[in-house]
Design a protein around this ligand. Sequence first.
Ligand code: K7E
Ligand code: CUA
Ligand code: CA
Length: 646
Amino acid sequence: MGKDTKDLNTQDTPALENRRRFLGRSALLGLAGAGVSMGLAGCKEEAKPAAAGTAAAPAPAHAASSHEVAPGQLDEYYHFSSGGHSGEVRIIGIPSGRELRRIPVFNIDPMVGWGITNESKAIIGTNPDGSLKYNTGDTHHVHGSYKDGTYDGRWLFVNDKIHSRIARIRMDTMEVDKITELPNVMGFHGIFPDKRDPVDEKINYTTRVFCGAEFHCPLPNDGRDLDDPSKWGALFSCVDAETMEVRWQVRVDGNMDLTATSYDGKLVASNQYNTENSAELGGMMASEHDACVFLNVERIEKLVKEGKFTTIGKSKVPVVDGRKAANSDPKTAVTCYVPVGKNPHGVNASPDGKYFVCAGKLSPTSTVIELALVHKWFAGELAKERDAVVAEVELGLGPLHTGFDGKGNAYTSLFLDSQVVKWNIEKAIAFAKGDKTAKYVVDRLDVNYQPGHGFASMGETKEADGKYFNSGNKFSKDRFLPVGPLHPETEQLIDISGEKMKLIADHTAYPEPHDGIIVRRDVVKTRKIYNMDDFPNKVTAETSGIERKGNKVHVRMLSMAPAFSLPIIRVKKGDEVTLTLTNHDKIEDLTHGCAIPNYNINFIVNPQETKSVTFKADKPGAFWLYCTHFCHALHLEMRSRFLVEA
Ligand code: K7E
Ligand code: CUA
Ligand code: CA
């Protein structure tokens, strides 16, 4: 339709108009300069517990209106949630909100020994001296692997924004098995698995994971160009889902923020808020338009195959040029930059596979881009990139992220308005085409208070079922008992099975949840116990014992409730000790722990699992190596003497 974002399609309920006026609409729309950070963080008037909003209104009959799951009953869904700068991923039951598990990813977890055992250190990454390369992380987006357009229950992928790493979680054990650091990028933010191969019909499952990098940095980042950010750049990366190696990267104009993939496997999109390529806050807001960029996966991989790429610094990863200057002919272009409203945040693909919704953030709009039209542009059959936009509708202030119910409705979080707005995509398109009677806003719900991500049950799959929507909110200060100056955040569960949304539960969240997915429970198939043969260093009754080679001592031990196989472990001060422990119990959930006082050792071994630690025996004395995980009536007695001779 090729219209400018300035003539916004506006349509709203009177209540919202009042609210906007109250908030000072023009001031917010004209955000500029130093005020913006304050504006985004705290401009909202001190929010009150929802009294006047729809949240408290009596709801009509709903299909799924209770969050209560009776004692002994199981939840219907798993919610896999990112953990923000805690560096972890969490598993929450939906609708109960019960926290089921924490998966350490980029953080250290002494309960399981993540970051303590040799096996976990090897996954996280170590320095030449064996110490951890990083022990911090910032997870924002967790997404599952796909088959035939829905989750296959195989893997979860999550980003680390701090150190630009991608982690893979096996869903049968809910443990990380691979972490890869992306070269030459900074601020790796958006992540999304592909849903099928762009070319090979038979590959209808995830084989790639796409990664958007938000921050520009020198290329390579080796000390050059520190004072000339105009030379800095941002790359988009493709990681092989199986090997977790970086397949290729694309140099782009502007930055890459969040990421979404098409159901046909051909395109991947990223919203760009810094098309200005600026290093300054003001500069990042200079332009009235930013972009949602689409990458043509097939064409990129063809260029890589033909050797039409460069490399950056020490990295051997092929880098294809996706900048505008090199992609002026749509028929050969690898990138299509679709102009959208100012500083967008969030791009999401609708479950029918037809649309991408890019939320405005500094523009009160959501832009609907039709996939088929982007394909047309790549075929040279669309005059302008902007013509792929089929609607750009006003929703409210600070739109960030969008979920879908599979019934044609989108649910967009409004950070500044503290609302979730339900809107109908086809009606929005009709409205944009000129049918001013098309009521695209279906409902609004106040949330408490500043929503970031919102996502619906199975909403990122073609099996979107429209039952639950989770709103992850910041600034939830008065929603729970105060627990010190730092408050919990809120995950609010919304029943979206009816015409009107209904808030049905508040769950606490340890800061800070961002994105998550809600997965039907039958998709998830976890193992009951481990397979001992999966561990090459397993300890058997025959190999249990202590082996010395010079000052290197290998202690091989097994656990079987309620005892360790070695009652006494004797070493000498200065020895380098490797302790390998295999749990020979076969009963589901019969886990043992292993802690050594004053040696900072603590980890668990699950049934049939093997783990090891290596440390210097630098403190003489007697230390009770004991079982930390309650395993047996004689759990307290389950210990060995670790003796270090002076
Ligand atoms: Cu909006 Cu990092 Cu997805 Cu958080 S990002 S909210
Ligand atoms: Cu073994 Cu407690
Ligand atoms: Ca911008």
